[in-house]
Design a protein around this ligand. Sequence first.
Ligand SMILES: C[S@@+](CC[C@H](N)C(=O)[O-])C[C@H]1O[C@@H](n2cnc3c(N)ncnc32)[C@H](O)[C@@H]1O
Length: 349
Amino acid sequence: MTDSNAAAKAFQLQAGFCENLGSPFTAHVLTVLAADIEARGVVANLVAGFEEEPVAAALALRVAGALHRKALDEPNGPLGQLYATAGGAGPDDAALQAILIKDISENRPHYDTYLESPPQTNEVGRSGVMIGGYLSIAEQTGLPLHVFEVGASAGLNLGCDRFYYRFGDKTWGKADSPVSLAPDWHGGPPPVHADLQILERGGCDIAPVDVGEHENQRRLESYIWPDQPERLARLRGAVSIAKELGTQVIHESADVFVERALQGSAPLAVRTIAHTIMWQYMPEAMRGRIESTIRRAGDEATDANPIAWLRLEPIDVKDPPSLRLNLWPGGETQELAIAHPHGASVKWL
Ligand SMILES: C[S@@+](CC[C@H](N)C(=O)[O-])C[C@H]1O[C@@H](n2cnc3c(N)ncnc32)[C@H](O)[C@@H]1O
């Protein structure tokens, strides 16, 4: 059972994160919900039966996702109307609270069901950082890539070579792509002249999202914050590309997947293990096993059969994510960039 005080604190904490990550609307919604929990209202009742620890289980994001899902499914309903204008001036707190609380009271089964699953996301904006790493691998090796992404979620970032990018005054990719990324860029451009070719791609996840199913796509959409419509647009664009490419994300743990991906050899291609914002979710022993597998394969690498390890991860959970690359033979760590967690801004080093 969730204690109301702990739940209210979890909602306030998440509201602060949303404010800092550029979603004042979600911050506002969560603050209103926290007030209702403190007043022992409908939301307190909704979360009372929740068994897991509210912060660790991202309870506030589950409720925020359930509300957004309702708005997406019923664009002409009261929530749909409210969320469609999320980027503009919202109603005052009392009006917002009335709409949210009424919807939760009247549609309790929807909210109860939604709260059962943890939020699942796939942030396409992270390709705006990763692509610089893939270009660096292509530039340094002169070879095409086989990309193996672990913790790939729906695998949307595996289609990164089909997106269009602007890095300051330089561009790369297909100008007519349905996904266009223009992070706030600091520092020089990545090597846009490199001939990047991804010959093979595949991913794994312990909770893969098959976006071939409309329900799964909608669920991914619901966890995007409503006042960030550009993220929603690129998610939809990336889904269309993933379907076109037939991107496969298998249900497998990263350690098993990496072991298999690095067995044998792939002549004249760079086998690249890639990941974004997933390392912290694995137990330490598993992280150690994966790193040993990669380094062992790295020791066997040759110029004609190199190995790369490219990741966008915070070095410490409190730090902003950094883009790091190891490329074997050699294998020293290259610090390429520091980025916003969703890829909204990039400092290329
Ligand atoms: C925050 S999400 C990031 C998803 C995606 N990489 C992105 O950047 O949008 C973390 C992902 O790691 C996955 N994950 C956690 N532990 C894993 C493991 N042991 N093996 C594979 N995937 C894992 C989760 O299921 C989830 O999809």
